[in-house]
Structure formats: C-alpha cells, structure tokens
Design a protein around this ligand. Structure first.
Ligand code: MN3
Length: 208
C-alpha cells in the first residue's frame, strides 16, 4: 500500500479562508500547536522505536497493536500518528468553495435516501460520544458506513482504509468561536466540506 509522506501538509488556503464558519485564530492554533504537536511527537516516537518513516503506510495504523514495543509506545503511535494523519486529511476535507456535485448527491441518495438524511446520520455520529473524538464516513465493500472513534483513533486502525470524510469533534476545533455550542459548529462545518475531495476518495484516490 502507498507510503505516506511523513511531513506536515501545507495549508491549502489562508487562515481566514473558512470564515465565518471557522475563525482565523482557531485555524492558526489548531494547525500550528495541535497538528504540529502530534506531528513532532509521532516523529520522535518513531525514532525511539527505530521505525523508518518509509515503513509508514496506511496499514501501519492497523498493525500498531502487533508491534513488538511497549504499550506506552502503542498509545503514543495511536494518539500522535492518528493525530497527524487525521488532521492532514481534515485540512483537505475543508474548502472555502464547497459544492456537492450532482453525481455524488445521487450516491448519497442511493445510500442514505437523501442528502438531508445523510447529514442527520453523520451529525448524529458526531455528537454521540463522551469526551473527544472524530466522526467518519468510510467506504467498506461498496457500502458507505458512518461511525465515530474516540481520541485520535481513526478508521485505518479498524481496517477501513477507504476513508471518505472525517470531522474533528475535539473542543480545540471549535471552542474559541463556539464555546459550548458544538451543534452549531457541526452544522456550520457542513458549509465548508470539500466534496470534490470526498468524491475523489470514493473513486479510489489515496492521499496521506
Ligand atoms: Mn484537532
């Protein structure tokens, strides 16, 4: 399976490009401090257990539990490797010019009855846990499946390698602007989904 470039991705748009839905300050802290932190801790953990970055492919995340390393390292790899991958994807899952194509709208309608009921299901997964988590849309054997994972876990760790969409439901993703109004953040986030990327991923594109 494709090797993942072990780097932080460049932001594909300006810090304030997603306003008014996500503000500049949230984007700056989220990228530089949170994403940057996951990235550097992941790189350090790999060095300490002497894993070469060229060995990091999508399946690496599925194999973490089988690695011959202490459990504390498995947690470090999941939390920070997951944090790095999830956020790399997250920046690209958002766009200031969000447009759902007719073709993908049809896909959602055939899988979930309507775009609106897809949105309801996805957003229900995004409010359904205690703590911090991500909600996901994955393609599994030609079916689209929605679920959430705790902390920085992700579908790769469960063996779902075709991940189409994910949303960060940690407080750091919205608290500066929305405080406790998580539902408002999630509803607004719907306006900045990069559907073109989602569609490319559904068609088998692999990035990060
Ligand atoms: Mn985050």
């Amino acid at each position: 399976m494709n090797t993942l470039p072990l780097k932080m991705i460049d932001m594909p748009y300006d810090w304030d490009a997603l306003e008014p839905y996500i503000d500049r300050a949230t984007m700056c802290y989220h990228y530089k401090n949170h994403y940057g932190g996951y990235y550097s801790k992941f790189v350090n953990a790999l060095k300490e257990i002497e894993v070469n970055s060229s060995e990091i492919d999508l399946e690496f995340f599925y194999r973490i539990d089988d690695l011959d390393v202490k459990d504390s390292y498995k947690s470090l790899l999941k939390n920070n490797g997951g944090g790095r991958w999830n956020h790399s994807m997250f920046w690209l899952w958002m766009s200031p010019s969000s447009k759902l194509s007719g073709a993908f709208k049809k896909v959602l309608e055939s899988e979930f009855w309507s775009e609106e009921s897809f949105k309801d299901k996805f957003l229900s997964a995004a409010v359904g846990r205690f703590g911090s988590w991500w909600a996901w849309l994955v393609k599994r054997e030609d079916k689209l499946v929605i679920y959430s994972t705790p902390n920085q876990d992700n579908p790769l760790m469960k063996g779902d390698f075709q991940v189409l969409l994910g949303v960060d439901v940690w407080e750091h993703a919205y608290y500066l602007k929305y405080q406790y109004r998580r539902d408002e953040y999630l509803r607004n986030w719907w306006n900045i989904i990069n559907w073109e990327r989602v569609e490319q991923l559904r068609n088998g594109a692999i990035w990060f």
